[in-house]
Design a protein around this ligand. Sequence first.
Ligand code: ADP
Ligand code: MG
Length: 260
Amino acid sequence: MENSESLPPTSNITVRRGEPLVVVTDVNKHFGELHVLKNINAQVNRGEVVVVIGPSGSGKSTLCRAINRLETIDDGVISIDGQVLPAEGKALAHLRADVGMVFQSFNLFAHKTVLENVTLGPIKVRGVSRREAEARAMQLLERVGVANQAKKMPAQLSGGQQQRVAIARALAMDPKVILLDEPTSALDPEMINEVLEVMIDLANDGMTMIVVTHEMGFARKAADRVIFMADGEIVEEATPEEFFTTPRSTRAKDFLSKLL
Ligand code: ADP
Ligand code: MG
């Protein structure tokens, strides 16, 4: 079925919605005795925004890290756009570049300028020329509203600005999917919205996103699907509407009652 569609002018990606992009099959992961991912099966389709929520310690970060191979898995298969993630090597570096990652704690390179933070990956991993990487980086910094900070060091920026730079850095690699692991949890309340707005803009633009967040407003506005995890398992999967109004499991009901 042909279902390509053109996107709003802010984007130069062509989205073919609906094809499986991230496929997680029968994945298990232990940390010592602790079974942190219990036979996880999940699929994220191109153009989809999936919000992962669940209590602390339920395995959300480990799942994100496994998808990016920052964490090994014991068994099962994770594929990105039809390619199985290798354990290591050059092929891994390339596949990993297809998965943008944004962490709770920004993780910018402290001794590089904002601009350098955004150009480094494209130059080193994608082999883009400095000139081209800088032009693209400036567009992305413009898009997330921090172009005027390009020459500064990360520590000179607010948390919200740093996180927007981190998003620009992830986008600079032209990833097929971006994973954001509690991107607003470390921010002062007044900075949360500026980051959520950038995320909503990306979602509207057709970016495939996996977002771990407790920001229910974002989930309601932007998510196609909510995955609820508890104790290393995917307990429930539903549309935000279904999940927030009629959660099926006791664990989800408990979780939501504490959150709201
Ligand atoms: P969440 O992101 O949902 O809060 P995590 O994926 O961070 O959960 O953690 C899941 C479980 O795995 C927790 O019990 C956590 O303490 C444990 N864990 C996470 N990372 C490690 C690690 N590197 N070594 C040992 N245990 C870990
Ligand atoms: Mg976590």
